[in-house]
Design a protein around this ligand. Structure first.
Ligand SMILES: NC(=O)c1ccc[n+]([C@@H]2O[C@H](COP(=O)([O-])OP(=O)(O)OC[C@H]3O[C@@H](n4cnc5c(N)ncnc54)[C@H](OP(=O)(O)O)[C@@H]3O)[C@@H](O)[C@H]2O)c1
Length: 254
């Protein structure tokens, strides 16, 4: 996809930028000339990314912490004085059978998938208004269907999709566009990291998912990242409140 936006000296925040979709997004933005602030909990993994591109800086921050949004915005403004794009990418989700429902796990999913993007957007609003910037929320294609065992992951991401629509209206007067991307199964650290699955089970699930995808393979980050830049760029002047499913047709299956 052609990138028509000039990202030179623009500023982006990518939460969860030390692995997978977030890392690839940060690296692509930086390759186009943007300054990027990435966040994550593990400091070593953040350094591995910032070491590769001087345009990328990091803030060790857990999205589950209530103050993280304010701290992230302060760090970005402190470094570069503006914010053009916020990518709410960090996510929480793990399989839970109903007999093992754990209030702490459910609360954490809500904190990372709903509360953290809300507080980051609120904190970044004034800067995004100044830049006529954009917000891209990362949801998941599992919101499209019932998902036993992943119900709270899907429900909290569905909430993020709803917030996307509401924020699109609330922020339209400020010239800020708000959209979301709902990826299908993408090769990343999510199954063994976020979902906490053992390697062998992760491999089984990857094979099952690949067999279910009409276009015949699991996704890779390069299937997703160009759409984040396209929705997040200044050349997207008239698209807001939309959720774009990018999943090889996975969610269309019956
Ligand atoms: N991969 C898929 O198949 C897929 C499909 C649909 C949607 N998604 C969504 O895409 C997003 C990115 O996932 P991914 O697949 O790229 O996962 P990933 O490779 O596991 O990367 C997750 C990133 O988020 C960070 N992170 C996780 N929890 C965090 C927290 N509480 N606070 C701050 N940072 C946190 C991780 O770093 P630390 O662990 O060091 O904090 C890491 O940088 C998520 O929102 C996920 O729900 C993924």
């Amino acid at each position: 996809m052609t990138q028509t936006r000039d990202w030179q000296d623009k500023v982006a925040i990518v939460t969860g930028g030390s692995s997978g979709i977030g890392k690839a997004t940060a690296q692509e933005l930086a390759a186009h000339g943007a300054h990027v602030l990435i966040t994550g909990r593990n400091a070593d993994r953040l350094v591995q990314v910032t070491a590769t591109q001087p345009e990328i800086r990091s803030l060790q921050a857990d999205s589950a912490d209530a103050d993280s949004g304010k701290q992230i915005v302060e760090a970005a403004l402190g470094h570069w004085g503006r914010i053009d794009l916020v990518v709410n990418n960090s996510g929480a989700g793990q399989p839970q059978p109903m007999e093992g429902y754990d209030a702490g796990i459910i609360t954490k999913m809500a904190a990372v998938n709903i509360t953290a993007p809300s507080q980051l957007v609120a904190a970044a609003r004034a800067a995004l208004k100044d830049s006529k910037g954009a917000i891209v929320n990362i949801s998941t294609a599992v919101t499209r269907n019932a998902v036993p065992m992943l119900a709270h992951y899907a429900a909290t991401k569905a909430a993020l999709e709803h917030l996307t629509k509401s924020w699109a209206i609330e922020l339209a007067g400020d010239g800020i566009r708000v959209n979301a991307i709902a990826p299908g199964p993408v090769k990343s650290g999510a199954l063994t990291g976020m979902m906490g699955l053992p390697d062998e089970m992760a491999q089984q699930i990857e094979a099952q998912e690949a067999a279910q995808i009409p276009l015949g393979r699991r996704g890779v980050t390069t299937d997703i990242v160009p759409w984040i830049l396209r929705l997040g760029g200044a050349d997207n002047e008239w698209l807001t409140g939309q959720v774009l499913t990018i999943d090889g047709g996975w969610a269309l299956r019956t």
